[in-house]
Design a protein around this ligand. Structure first.
Ligand SMILES: Cc1ncc(COP(=O)(O)O)c(C=O)c1O
Ligand SMILES: N[C@@H](CCCC[NH3+])C(=O)O
Length: 416
């Protein structure tokens, strides 16, 4: 069920009119639905059934404390890529013992923070990283739990910027060198080998590459066992896509079920999932107001108060995101518009050639903006970042205040 729906021509987030949120908190603003977040999380968790598993929500998709606290209350684990994300998880009440730490460039400081909080596992991406984790663990006199991120070399068939499982990508260890790296890991006194992980890309809409990657990893796990290294968990990463336009990604249960068919014969292997987008994208919208309508010879422009600094996906990946009116009306005429922001870049658009019925001051909602939306926002053109609001049935929680002008130069100093 969609928690962003029209009731009598007015768009609602759960039981709250989106126009009411805009009048209370202004625009642009992100609006999230708690019920949607919970439903998506449970879809993954239930589909994995009784097999030992852990859902580690990928914090990078949306790291607002309100969102993380909802995940923490569900008992979720977390996939993090920085000390900053770990600190957010802790602040939101998440359990560090359910945290996996991914990323190619972990610093000594970040490793130490993670070890002090006894995280579940480091997903290691290179031989020098093994050495660094061992060194920090030695200093703290602890054993560091590690997994090796294997690059299975499967084509995820997604946008090249968000494909991560090919040999040409910077991520992970090539399959061919994996056994040697595990042996190297086993030679370090302060490392404890726990698992194997992979992540082949984001916004995948087919099950096949996931299953292919899993099969390759299972073969490798057997090979590893033959050489005397037995692991206890397999982390399949994230990457399940969502429908922005007409994509038809599998539902999370179908995706999880497809992987589980390969796991029934391996009850001893705990499965870890790292979904980000599939949980958050359709749990959020970006609400924006039409400032001006500019009619040109070739194009009409709807100039809105949100811009590429608030939501960069259209500008960065040419991503198509649905733009819908907050109040539906049939009394005015339709026209085609490029929906653009006030930033001084031609690439500053939220959508092109959209058929809309709009006038100045009307509100629009960009759908599927809950993942990789606010987290990628910037202050470009000295614009304050937007407010974030979480709706829970008929309650409205302001989970991040709109920035104010003083925030723009926080930490900066004039030169005298
Ligand atoms: C290691 C890792 N895990 C999980 C994710 C989450 O991916 P997605 O949001 O596509 O589920 C990412 C981002 O692509 C990632 O790099
Ligand atoms: N930022 C990307 C996803 C990146 C995935 C990170 N591993 C997007 O908006 O689609």
């Amino acid at each position: 069920m969609d928690h962003f729906q029209y009731k009598d021509d007015a768009l609602y987030a759960e039981n709250v009119a989106v126009a009411e949120i805009a009048s209370q908190f202004g625009t642009p603003c992100y609006v999230y639905s708690r019920a949607t977040i919970e439903r998506h999380w449970h879809a993954f968790n239930n589909a994995a059934g009784k097999h030992d598993h852990l859902i580690c929500y990928a914090v990078k998709a949306n790291s607002n404390l309100g969102v993380l606290s909802v995940m923490a209350k569900l008992g979720s684990g977390f996939d993090i890529v920085s000390g900053g994300e770990l600190s957010r998880v802790l602040e939101a009440g998440g359990d560090p013992r359910k945290v996996v730490f991914s990323g190619v460039g972990k610093t000594e400081h970040e490793i130490e923070l993670a070890l002090r909080h006894q995280i579940l596992c480091f997903n290691v991406e290179s031989a020098p990283e093994l050495e660094r984790i061992n060194k920090v663990a030695q200093k703290l006199d602890v054993q560091a739990p590690i997994s090796i991120r294997v690059n299975p070399d499967v084509d995820a068939k997604t946008h090249p910027y968000i494909s991560t499982g090919l040999k040409a990508n910077k991520f992970g260890i090539p399959r061919e060198s994996a056994i040697a790296i595990y042996k190297l890991a086993a030679s370090f006194p302060n490392l404890e080998i726990k698992g194997m992980d992979c992540h082949i890309g984001s916004q995948l809409t087919d099950i096949e590459p996931f299953v292919d990657a899993l099969d390759r990893l299972l073969l490798l796990i057997d090979e590893l066992a033959n050489s005397g290294i037995v692991i206890s968990h397999l982390d399949v990463g994230g990457g399940l896509g969502v429908s922005y336009k007409d994509e038809q990604p599998p539902h999370p249960d179908k995706y999880v079920e497809a992987l589980m068919t390969r796991m029934h014969s391996r009850p001893e292997l705990k499965l870890i999932f790292e979904p980000g987008r599939a949980i958050m994208a359709n749990a959020g919208i970006l609400v924006t107001k039409v400032e001006f309508i500019k009619r040109g010879e070739e194009k009409n422009f709807a100039i809105v108060d949100a811009a590429m600094n608030d939501l960069i996906r259209p500008a960065l990946y040419s991503a198509w995101m649905n733009i819908i009116p907050v109040s539906q009306t049939s009394s005015k005429t339709k026209a085609l518009y490029d929906v653009v922001g006030p930033i001084c870049e031609t690439g500053d658009f939220l959508g092109k050639d959209r058929e809309l019925v709009i006038s100045p001051d009307d509100l629009l909602a960009v759908r599927s903006a809950g993942a990789y939306g606010f987290v990628m926002a910037s202050n470009y053109n000295s614009r304050c970042r937007p407010a974030e609001i979480m709706v829970d049935k008929n309650q409205i929680h302001l989970v991040r205040e709109r920035e104010i002008l003083k925030d723009l130069w926080k930490g900066e100093h004039k030169v005298t």
